[in-house]
Design a protein around this ligand. Structure first.
Ligand code: 13P
Length: 251
């Protein structure tokens, strides 16, 4: 049985004080939820404070990105060991905003996934097609390529989480239908089965893109949807806790 995950990607939002307050509200709000995994990804500047705030709770810490070298003259970059040091258990890799604005390629994603695993960080590898690609009918080509190239040379998949985030659904309010999402999730699981055999049955595949407490109920009912990666709705305790509540009732 796969344990569900709800992960909040705060993107470039929240001061240190705002982050502490939000983290505390989430920590307190999930006290009665006994299963599943809750992950929050604050901006780098708040990682240390949030790490302290959630210490000893069931909330795990994630970073939103990392570099693939251990150290060196890479001004502005953050090394995986630094994230471990600050208390991160997870790291988002290859988010579509990284791919779009910072031109991250599948090869960069692959280097980051391998490096994260090598230091004991669990990568949440993000994949997803653009609107144009979906209209062209090449969703499977794009997502298939991102999954295969992102995982090239990764021989143990246990600590990897995949997030399917159709780019057209991110921040648009245009959520994928549960059927559309399940179709791609099942496709991804099929690729993982080809690559890793039965280990693929234990890999969590999250859906992301305009998830709210009002639409998560239907998505989470689908066989291959194991949780959510949430942007906008993770910035308010009410919205994020509402999603966690809905998932914990259904999975
Ligand atoms: P929204 O939930 O705001 O659409 O963002 C999704 C996302 O990009 C999470 O990583």
């Amino acid at each position: 049985m796969r344990e569900w995950i709800v992960a909040g990607n705060w993107k470039m939002h929240n001061t240190i004080q705002e982050s502490i307050a939000l983290a505390k509200a989430i920590k307190d709000g999930i006290a009665s939820v006994k299963k599943g995994e809750v992950i929050i990804a604050p901006p780098y500047t708040a990682l240390a404070s949030v790490s302290e705030t959630i210490k000893g709770s069931r909330v795990s810490l994630a970073a939103q990105n990392m570099f693939y070298e251990d150290k060196g003259a890479y001004t502005g970059e953050i090394a995986p060991g630094m994230l471990k040091d600050i208390g991160c258990a997870y790291v988002l890799i290859g988010h579509s905003e990284r791919r779009k604005y910072y031109h991250e390629q599948d090869n960069d994603v692959n280097l980051k996934v391998k490096k994260a695993l090598s230091v004991g960080l669990k990568p949440i590898m993000c994949v997803g097609e653009t609107d144009e690609e979906r209209v062209k009918g090449i969703t499977r080509d794009v997502v298939g390529r991102q999954v295969k190239q992102g995982l090239a040379g990764v021989d143990k998949i246990d600590n990897v989480v995949i997030a399917y985030e159709p780019v057209w659904a991110i921040g648009t309010g245009k959520v994928a239908t549960s059927a559309q999402a399940q179709e791609v999730h099942a496709f991804i699981r099929g690729i993982l089965k080809d690559l890793y055999g039965s280990a693929a049955n234990d890999i969590r595949i999250l859906y992301g893109g305009s998830v709210t407490k009002d639409n998560i109920g239907e998505l989470i009912g689908m066989e291959d949807i194991d949780g959510a990666l949430v942007g906008g709705a993770s910035l308010k305790p009410d919205g994020f806790l509402g999603i966690i509540q809905k998932i914990s009732e259904k999975k």
